[in-house]
Ligand binder design. Structure first.
Ligand SMILES: [Zn+2]
Length: 386
């Protein structure tokens, strides 16, 4: 029986160069539309039960040209980490891999007829819709569409609790970069806790604050399996100074609503292919940086580290802190505009340096548990935000 290797699945992404021989399956990353970003892969193989398969992604080294500045001495995304694989699309396990500077390779003999492979566990648009649909069943949640993506998908906003005088406005946004699917699982954990009527921490937060959640800022990218861009090749996390209805409507609608409601806290969810930790960026380099914001950030870090061993303080950002923040990035622009505690969360693709799970690495299960701990840190920082 011949094997079939196929990236034409929802959210799938890979170019199959040659799959005629299972021991020499040649693949290529496919760039996002109208730009050079690439690195995400998500495909399935059928007819391979018991067949020794060897996969090679031939242009992996080309992605290194798009690395962030200051990363020259950092372990690249393909070293000491394997892809994830799954038979049931629910549990994802790691495979060993190799990288010679250009070709990223891995070998696997599937136990079943169908096996899925990906850079990290996919989070589908269907699962996003499930998350929103499920959340609205809580009396604490209202859902509305605040705008449309370039291709016309809704930008969903979930409002947890009630706005009102004296209530802090807490924002959680995620999914600007569609390959960073960790945020979806993280938000599921966060919502589980915030919508649990028996959870005293959630009750305390919603007594004092309203929480705005934009779970998926780039639904087009999620649906099509892109890495970092929207349908026009725009990196949304460089659009916050001057978003436009033509280039970046996904950002514009969120920014407009922030201007209307105000922001006392914001967390922007991302993931980093190279780091081996959960990392928080703070409002430390914005033009109006202050001892107040620095103190708030340090306090928030301590609160989260106390709430979860998955957050470790003391991981410096590779390349050092910039002299001046890039205000085109959401977390910096929000901190500068609203003089508030605004943080960037980077979850790992690899595994954490403090503890390793040899079977799964950093996994959807751990991401979800980590999301469950954010309310504890939020409740602790809430009285100090203003
Ligand atoms: Zn990102």
């Amino acid at each position: 029986m011949a094997i079939s290797v196929n990236g034409t699945i929802p959210g799938g992404r890979i170019e199959v160069v040659d799959a005629t021989r299972p021991d020499d399956i040649q693949l290529r990353f496919v760039p996002d539309p109208h730009c050079a970003f690439m690195g995400r892969f998500n495909f399935r193989i059928t007819g391979a039960r018991g067949v020794a398969c060897r996969f090679r992604i031939l242009n992996a080294g080309d992605t290194l040209a798009n690395r962030l500045a200051g990363r020259e001495d950092v372990e690249n995304a393909f070293t000491r980490t394997g892809p994830v694989a799954s038979y049931d699309r629910s549990t994802w396990f790691r495979l060993p891999s190799s990288f010679d500077g250009q070709v990223y390779g891995f070998e696997h003999t599937p136990d079943f007829d169908v096996c899925h492979y990906a850079q990290w566990a996919p989070y589908s648009m269907d699962r996003h819709l499930d998350m929103v649909a499920r959340a609205q069943l809580s009396p604490r949640v209202r859902v509305r569409s605040i705008g449309r993506s370039v291709l016309g998908a809704d930008i969903d906003l979930m409002t947890l609790g009630e706005d009102g005088a004296g209530r802090r406005k807490l924002w959680i946004i995620a999914g600007q970069h569609p390959s960073e699917t960790q945020s979806g699982f993280f938000l599921e954990g966060f919502l589980d806790r915030m919508l649990d009527a028996h959870d005293p921490t959630a009750r305390r937060i919603l007594d004092q604050a309203v929480v705005y959640v934009v779970p998926t800022l780039n639904p087009d990218g999620l649906m099509h399996g892109w890495t970092r861009s929207n349908a026009l090749g725009v990196n949304l996390n460089r659009e916050w100074v001057s978003p436009s209805a033509e280039r970046s409507p996904e950002v514009l609608c969120v920014r407009d609503l922030m201007e209307a409601t105000g922001v006392d806290f914001c967390l922007d969810g991302h993931a980093d292919e190279e780091l081996r930790c959960n990392f928080l960026g703070g409002p430390l380099e914005i033009p109006s940086r202050s001892a107040r914001l620095t103190g708030l950030f340090t306090r928030f870090e301590k609160l989260w580290a106390a709430a979860s061993p998955e957050y470790e303080r003391g991981h410096p950002y590779p390349g050092g802190a910039p002299a001046e923040a890039d205000l085109r990035m959401a977390w910096n622009w929000i901190a500068e505009r609203f003089d508030c505690l605004s943080v960037l969360l980077e979850q790992p693709f690899k595994d954490t340096s403090w503890w390793q799970d040899p079977v799964q690495g950093w996994s959807p299960e751990r991401s979800r548990r980590f999301g469950e701990t954010l309310p504890t840190a939020l409740a602790g920082i809430l009285p100090h935000l203003r």
